[in-house]
Design a protein around this ligand. Structure first.
Ligand code: PLP
Length: 374
């Protein structure tokens, strides 16, 4: 039985050639390849600064530290997200306060933000869920009114746009992931971007043990021994990882374009199938379909559906998590929409090399399975 995968990363020989160059250079930890990757991200997104790190979780952690989040603070977090978002707040000793999301877009509902703001609230983390940007205009307005910082969790959204502006470039800091399931991947990897020099310096410093930057020292003709100015972390990206990133970035637009075509194809297929709704796309955004996540009807047992499909060779997955119900957060927030999406969402196969014929096969199995479970 042929398996139709949920996702396959797209690599070719160019990644190997770039890695080989790094290996041959003898410098495999953080060095010039990371700088090149950061510069390319700066150029692509049109931001001033980019700092490459080990993953998006560490980018979020450092972004929060850079804006001064500490013990006793509260940070508003879009509830429907991979728990890395909430975890990053806990890493700072602060409390994540979860805000419910919209049933259609799966993104934070701006209208629900204000009621969760307290004297302790310092920041908001909107998540651009599955590659569809959150409503940044409204979020930025609320943040301005209440003097809050905004950290964008753009883990899934490199290349997505809100009103022609790239996701991750509007808030104080934007954080991206290059994990295996993202639009382009380095296996594991992340990037923090910002237009604020102070925040960029702070993030860079904290990503390298809290020590004076190696690149600053490189520019000097004197022999300078670095100093450790604060308790930073070892969140550096390596040049081997960056070699993959530089190559993948060249293909980003091509990958997005193909995935948008496939998403349209899936949309058409789902129109013909009962008991499932295709993902909704807002008018003013460019969705990049990190994942293609549909909603099954309320009476369908989504988990049984996933098991039934896997037996027929079709890999699917839940969308992502409702954070407020995760025991680690011990949260008393209520986010009914997020909970509902957590229970009803179904990620369908979506990746660059997926073919229309694969979607035909997957859709036929999906139709049969849904009819059986209805
Ligand atoms: C919305 C969101 N935020 C953060 C992360 C964490 O990214 P990383 O795995 O690069 O740490 C993920 C990863 O799945 C994610 O989906």
């Amino acid at each position: 039985m042929k398996t139709i995968h949920l996702l396959r990363p797209y690599f070719d020989s160019e990644e190997l050639e770039e890695i080989q160059k790094v290996l041959d250079s003898g410098w495999v930890s953080q060095g010039s390849k990371v700088k090149e990757f950061e510069d390319k991200i700066v150029e692509y997104l049109g931001v001033k600064y980019a700092i490459a790190v080990t993953n998006c979780t560490s980018a979020l952690h450092l972004a929060l530290l850079s804006i001064g989040i500490k013990k006793g603070d509260e940070v508003l977090v879009a509830d429907f997200t991979f728990p890395a978002t909430g975890h990053s707040v806990l890493y700072c000793g602060a409390k994540p306060v979860f805000v419910d999301v919209d049933l259609k877009t799966y993104n934070i509902t701006p209208e629900l933000i204000e009621e969760k703001i307290s004297e302790r609230t310092k920041a908001i983390i909107p998540v651009h869920t599955f590659g569809q940007p959150a409503e940044m205009d409204k979020i930025m307005e609320i943040a301005k009114d209440h003097n809050l910082k905004v950290i964008e969790d753009a883990a899934c959204a490199l290349g997505a746009k809100y009103n022609d502006k790239y996701a991750g470039t509007t808030g104080d800091v934007g954080c991206f992931s290059f994990h295996a399931r993202k639009g382009i991947t380095t296996g594991e990897g992340g990037m923090a971007v910002t237009n604020n020099k102070n925040l960029a310096d702070k993030i860079r410093n904290l990503s390298v043990f809290g020590m004076t930057s190696a690149w600053d020292r490189e520019k000097s003709t004197e022999f300078i021994i670095p100093e450790f100015t604060e308790l930073g972390y070892n969140y550096k990206m390596s040049d081997i990882t960056a070699a993959v990133g530089v190559t993948q970035l060249k293909r980003l637009e091509k990958i997005i374009e193909r995935k948008c075509t496939l998403a349209k194809y899936w949309d058409e297929k789902l129109q013909e199938i009962e008991f499932i709704e295709p993902p909704y796309v807002s008018e003013n955004v460019k969705h990049i379909y990190q994942s293609y996540v549909a909603l099954v009807d309320r009476h369908i047992n989504r988990n049984k559906l996933i098991v039934t499909l896997v037996k027929r060779g079709i890999q699917t997955q839940i969308g992502t998590y409702a954070s407020h119900i995760q025991p680690v957060y011990n949260s008393n927030q209520k986010c009914p929409n997020s909970l509902e999406i957590f229970n009803r969402s179904l990620a369908l196969p979506m990746y660059y090399m997926l073919r229309e014929e694969d979607i035909d096969v997957a859709a036929a199995h999906l139709k049969k399975a849904l009819e059986k479970l209805a």
